[in-house]
Design a protein around this ligand. Structure first.
Ligand code: ADP
Length: 162
């Protein structure tokens, strides 16, 4: 049976740090589902459709990946979709605190699904979606930090506003 994992996140936007985790996860798992978390009470720059579209364009040519979105618990999604693991990335000790609690919460719901953590590549350890938005809003070139389709999505959003 194929080893399937779910990689959940806000992805507002998808960054090269996310892409790096995805590629490394695909060396361990046969299939990865990138799961865009639908969070109605969390303000986001990109809507769910925009996020899914920009991720799909960013992963073109990479096999074994699917993009989906869900408003439910990731662990429920993983169970329903026959995944064996939930993937997360760790950048710093501050990520660890949060992830440690999430992992405990998930195990409270179900112990079949394990959480698997990948350490951020040093090149991207400072990259977060909020930093990207901050840099872009101040006119900094973000091209080295996000896939091309994400940079284009930013430019289009700004054009529409003007
Ligand atoms: P969430 O709001 O669920 O944390 P994010 O989109 O911010 O969603 O991140 C999704 C996952 O990717 C998280 O596990 C996060 O720690 C990880 N991640 C984010 N940026 C990076 C990066 N630059 N390198 C490695 N992992 C990252």
């Amino acid at each position: 049976m194929k080893k399937r994992a779910v990689y959940p996140g806000s992805f507002d936007p998808f960054t090269n740090g996310h892409l790096d985790i995805l590629k490394r996860a695909l060396k361990v798992f046969d299939e990865v589902i990138i799961l865009v978390a639908v969070q109605p009470d969390k303000a986001s720059l990109f809507n769910n459709d925009e996020k899914v579209a920009m991720i799909e364009q960013s992963i073109k040519g990479i096999e074994g990946v699917k993009v989906d979105f869900s408003s439910g618990l990731t662990i429920d999604y993983a169970l329903k979709n026959d995944a064996i693991a939930i993937i997360r990335g760790l950048r710093a000790a501050t990520d660890f605190e949060y992830e440690f609690r999430m992992a405990a919460g998930n195990r409270y719901v179900d112990t079949q699904i394990d959480m698997v953590f990948f350490m951020a590549d040093a090149k991207y350890s400072f990259v977060s979606s909020s930093l990207i938005k901050e840099l872009y809003s101040h006119g900094v070139d973000i091209s080295a930090l996000v896939p091309k389709p994400v940079k284009q999505a930013f430019d289009e959003k700004i054009k529409k506003r003007d």
